[in-house]
Design a protein around this ligand. Structure first.
Ligand SMILES: [Zn+2]
Length: 182
């Protein structure tokens, strides 16, 4: 038996984590064994939680390198979930391939492009090998239409990897991005 690779992508505030966790819930209801990972952007290890807006919570293992995922893989795991993949190294691609050949399903969620509209390397490579891609949209902060595909930075440049929320980024559609860029 082999597994499959699903990638959930899109801009900030498009509900990627919620979608990822909805799949965790499906596996859990089916009494399948799951394990969730998220990058440790502050180099802290241990267990963290990931939650949806509706309050569904799961425990997530913080990792600093994609290869650490393999340390947690046991015979009985049916599916592996990784959130915020844009912050993980590209070795995640090789690990995902290895896991599916072991019969494990792999679900990854993360940003597709940076606020400079450059594709994130890990996400784009996973998109290329995915069996299924779920491309999410957010509500545009400017026009209110559910068609935002860009994460626009509203503060001075702090680099392409600059963690933040609504204080730093808004989701906008292409039409509004064009206006913002003048
Ligand atoms: Zn718009």
């Amino acid at each position: 038996m082999v597994g499959k690779i699903t990638v959930i992508t899109g801009p900030m505030y498009s509900g990627k984590t919620t979608e990822l966790l909805s799949f965790v819930e499906i596996y859990n209801i089916g009494r399948k064994k799951t394990i969730v990972f998220k990058p440790s952007i502050d180099n802290r290890y241990g267990i963290d939680t990931v939650s949806t807006h509706t309050g569904f919570q799961v425990k997530a293992h913080r990792i600093t390198k994609a290869s650490e995922i393999l340390d947690y893989i046991t015979e009985d795991i049916d599916a592996v979930f990784v959130d915020e993949i844009q912050f993980l190294d590209v070795q995640l691609v090789e690990i995902a391939k290895e896991l599916v050949f072991k019969g494990i399903d792999v679900y990854c969620a993360g940003l597709d492009i940076s606020y400079l509209e450059n594709p994130f390397e890990t996400t784009s490579k996973l998109l290329a090998i995915a069996d299924e891609v779920i491309k999410k949209r957010a509500v545009c902060e400017k026009c209110g239409e559910h068609r935002a595909t860009y994460s626009y930075k509203i503060v001075p440049d702090g680099g392409e990897i600059d963690v933040g929320g609504k204080d730093k980024y808004i989701a906008v559609c292409r039409e509004c991005l064009k206006k913002l860029k003048g």
